[in-house]
Design a protein around this ligand. Structure first.
Ligand SMILES: [Mg+2]
Length: 171
């Protein structure tokens, strides 16, 4: 039995994801987590590299969304700077905000990939809805306040099970 915490794909970071493969798999919508996925939680603006990547992905036809458990002010800063729709205080792994995002934007669930750095929030939430779940390594060791507890649980889970081995990426 596959664990609800098992990511479908695992990459080092958002820059090493095989977006061409996603395209081939008919993925059209990319939902990104914010903290430790696209940004260090100590920064308040997206890096040039992230802006470039998002522009490139949009040119390739992907539609991008941000789904974060962080507070409005923080998520809004990134959503506005990157010019993508954003959802804050999303309560991942609960699916309530996932569902709102999907409904608001009229998305086909089979064409979505969720990209995030946490098994307990991003991956579990996506797997519950059978959204293609993609794990990336956290950008830093610093966690945003909402992630501190789930990160501790995650460390324990990884230690105890074979869900992933850090650094052993797969697609
Ligand atoms: Mg995160």
């Amino acid at each position: 039995m596959t664990s609800i915490y098992q990511p479908k794909m695992y990459y080092q970071n958002i820059f090493t994801i095989n977006y061409d493969l996603l395209k081939k798999q008919n993925i059209k919508y990319l939902i990104f987590d914010l903290d430790n996925t696209i940004a260090d939680c100590r920064t308040i603006t997206p890096s040039k590299e992230v802006i470039t990547l998002f522009n490139k992905l949009q040119k390739q036809g992907f539609q991008i969304y941000i789904l974060s458990n962080a507070l409005k002010r923080r998520v809004k800063q990134f959503g506005s700077a990157l010019k993508v729709p954003y959802y804050y205080l999303s309560l991942k792994p609960l699916t309530i905000t996932f569902k709102r995002l999907i409904k608001n934007n009229n998305l086909d669930i089979t064409k979505i990939a969720m990209i995030g750095d946490e098994l307990y929030t991003d991956i579990k939430g996506s797997n519950k809805l059978k959204i293609l779940s993609i794990l990336v390594d956290p950008l830093t060791k610093h966690d945003y306040i909402f992630s501190k507890i789930s990160r501790l649980r995650e460390k324990h889970l990884i230690k105890k099970t074979n869900i992933i081995k850090r650094g052993e990426y797969y697609e």
